[in-house]
Design a protein around this ligand. Sequence first.
Ligand SMILES: NC(=O)C1=CN([C@@H]2O[C@H](COP(=O)(O)OP(=O)(O)OC[C@H]3O[C@@H](n4cnc5c(N)ncnc54)[C@H](OP(=O)(O)O)[C@@H]3O)[C@@H](O)[C@H]2O)C=CC1
Ligand SMILES: CC(C)(CO)C(=O)C(=O)O
Length: 313
Amino acid sequence: MKIIIAGAGAMGSRFGLMLHQAKNDVILIDGWQEHIDTIKEYGLQANFNGEEVTEMIPIYHQSDISSVEFSADLVILFTKAMQLDGMMQSIKNMVGEKTKVLCLLNGIGHEDVIKKYVPLSNILLGNTMWTAGLEGPGKAKLFGNGSIDLQNLGNEGKESADEVIAVLNDAKLNAKYSDNILSSIYKKACVNGTMNGLCTILDSNMADFGETDVADVIVESIVSEFAQVAEKENATLDIDAVLAQIKSCYNRETIGLHHPSMYQDLMINNRLTEIDFINGAIVRKGEVYGIETPYCSFLTQLVHAKEQIMKAK
Ligand SMILES: NC(=O)C1=CN([C@@H]2O[C@H](COP(=O)(O)OP(=O)(O)OC[C@H]3O[C@@H](n4cnc5c(N)ncnc54)[C@H](OP(=O)(O)O)[C@@H]3O)[C@@H](O)[C@H]2O)C=CC1
Ligand SMILES: CC(C)(CO)C(=O)C(=O)O
């Protein structure tokens, strides 16, 4: 399959690498010049479950793709939430009538941006439990396991996603169709709405936070706010399942030692975070639905304060 990875940071590198290893025709598009230059010169390098691997994958700067001829069957979006619209603008001429566009960003409401550029029948909305990190430009660190849930936003249903799911599974990315992706997205947003902001503010990995004696009360309070908003959007959450998924992140043998992507952004790379698309989205929706969201509001404010103290860009 001909695949564009639009946003080739940590996660885009993981997906690009695994799909390329599975013999797909992959190109990467990104906006970080040093990363692009390094991959062009040395290939995409990764510590992949302890093994050093290099894949030679074409990569282009998003402002420099007008002459790239590549009729993609699939675009996988992996920008940060605040970069999504800009990336869609950049690649819109590479998205053909039959190109499926799969969005796996963390956060809530990305379909509102994508549907400005892509018909609903071609949009696959999803989320993923895979993780990834970057050790520097052109070098990813990939360990652990993950999965993908996705759903077609049009009326075409599961069949329209079968081919994409097969290609993802061929690359061992563990994808499955969801009949209620909004619930899955809210469920994942609960994981990010707790782990990402809290580990960032507390300067901890997920296992260390999870082992504190206040972890449960904080996590349950935040999840309750997400669940009340989700309910208003017909995305009922199974609270016990959500809490179990969050607690699975504390496991040191699997992903407990991972610093969430928000931590990597702010604490390691001094970059702005996606908090407004996670807890901040719950605060905004809470205002619309008349739901109190004190925990999400406080966490959003703390993360913004930290961004400002650190002069993040
Ligand atoms: N990392 C993870 O484990 C997980 C992440 N996600 C989600 O996937 C999406 C993509 O996240 P992720 O892959 O982590 O994002 P990254 O920060 O690794 O990459 C996103 C973009 O940020 C820019 N960038 C990244 N690092 C630097 C740097 N050091 N200096 C300058 N620019 C940089 C690049 O584009 P540009 O230069 O154009 O800004 C890049 O395409 C997000 O929505 C995230 O929440 C979901 C599950 C797990
Ligand atoms: C690993 C996980 C699940 C933590 O919330 C994640 O999605 C992230 O790092 O952004």
